[in-house]
Design a binder for this molecule. Sequence first.
Ligand SMILES: [Zn+2]
Length: 344
Amino acid sequence: MPQLSRRTAIKLATASSLFLFDRQEQERPPKYVTENAEIKFHSTINYPRRWQQIYQNTLNHFSKKWGRVGPTHVFLIENDDWEETKNAPEKVASLKASQKILRSKFCELHGQDSNGDHLDWSTGNHWSSWSLAPPNVVITMTMSPYRDGEQFVIGPMHEYVHAIQIAFGNAKEAIAGNRMGHALWTGPAWFREGSAVLVAALHAYQNPKLFDQLKGPYTWRQFSAEMNRNLGLYQKAATPIHQGVTHNDWQRLEPQELVYPTIYCGGSIACAWLLKQSGSLTKFMDFFSLVPTLGWQTAFENHFQIKLSAFYKALEQEVNVAQVQNGSGKPKEDWFRFLKTIDS
Ligand SMILES: [Zn+2]
């Protein structure tokens, strides 16, 4: 519906329709926002403070740089099989009770009238989910910090990249055009996961301060090793990223154990290629602001200045000849060397 200016509206309005107009103003459905969004934390009772703070600091730092999108809700869930919890059986009942409250909250945020008993919150997962009505991104973290503390820095950034994709992919223009759908607005699966993997790792490498309270920073050695490992797994899978686009593709690749090497690893190589063309992480991230008005593919082709089909071709040509640097034997040329010095 076209928006009338307030003055025109008043001129046209009778007393009763003016009332209606005001009510419509107030009742306009909530939507995703791509700046100054609320990021809200929900955690189980007595969640380890130190780890909650590390997680929260990371997201504050990351969203300050790349924008506060949402509404985003973060669920930090402790389970009774965590190392430090197992020895305190008196905690189990209160932990279960607080999980119960959070399960209902989780469903409410997804617009579901349910107590959430069906949700699998077993230890070891970290994922994001979303709903359109009401619009909410929800990040759920059930991993134990006592097993892998790094996941409390790199993990939240990965999940928050999904929040950025969701918020821009479901902005009001996308909804008004009635052209939603994962591949069209939030992009192909390889892009969604690949950009999350790459951006989280690069931001971690470029911001060693994020690891101040951990054993040590995420070094160039680790970053380069991870990207080279991704390259090796992608080459070995021999399944190009254009086979990992839709939900159906994902379902098809899963039983062949190709989701990880193609969509995550291959996606991260593809995004590294795009980042190289962009020249800086900021320029790469600027892509997202084009998505609401153009849709994913046109935004991609305008921003990265290449047709999607040509990009798929160029990437495969490079990947076919790229050599994995595995740290042993004669040093080879590191395909990812540019990442060491690329601007943030
Ligand atoms: Zn992901």
